[in-house]
Design a protein around this ligand. Structure first.
Ligand SMILES: CC(C)(COP(=O)(O)OP(=O)(O)OC[C@H]1O[C@@H](n2cnc3c(N)ncnc32)[C@H](O)[C@@H]1OP(=O)(O)O)[C@@H](O)C(=O)NCCC(=O)NCCS
Length: 126
């Protein structure tokens, strides 16, 4: 597994992961990208971290400041999505390890992740 910053060439694979993972069941917002250009406009190269397995995008990690205030400079809001074919194989953990590494280097002390919880599956994350 290769953990690295996203590039322009990853757009198609990243769109595939986002469309498979972010559905009305997992997020309140509508996640749809009509073209790679639209995706790259909203997610420029190097703005996210990806996990690559055998040349395929297996997972995506995003992080950004939730509020552009000096008092919130130490905070990041996270989004993490793993391709259903690769879930439960340690991809999410590997992306989070990289997040901890970058957050420490950039002095981000608080990382916020919002999750949808499925109470029918013993509080499993959707
Ligand atoms: C949640 C998600 C990122 C986990 O990624 P993953 O690659 O499957 O996770 P890993 O294989 O690294 O597992 C890491 C740990 O999380 C647990 N876990 C994985 N998926 C889980 C789920 N759906 N619910 C509860 N726990 C889960 C694993 O059991 C493991 O725990 P352990 O180390 O104690 O065994 C992935 O299932 C996903 O993309 N879900 C949909 C999107 C989402 O909900 N993102 C989070 C909100 S932004």
């Amino acid at each position: 597994m290769l953990i690295r910053k996203s590039t322009k060439n990853d757009a198609a694979g990243m769109i595939e992961v986002e469309h498979l993972v972010w559905t009305p069941g997992t997020t309140p917002g509508d996640t749809h990208y009509a073209t790679e250009s639209e995706y790259l406009l909203r997610n420029p190269p190097e703005s996210k971290v990806v996990a690559e397995i055998d040349g395929k995008i297996a997972g995506i990690l995003g992080f950004h400041s939730p509020i552009p205030l000096k008092s919130n400079e130490h905070v990041w809001m996270l989004d993490i999505a793993v391709h259903p074919d690769f879930q439960r194989h340690g991809v999410g953990s590997a992306l989070m390890q990289e997040l901890y590494r970058i957050a420490k280097a950039e002095n981000k002390k608080k990382n916020i992740l919002t999750c949808a919880i499925d109470k029918r599956k013993s509080n499993s994350i959707l």
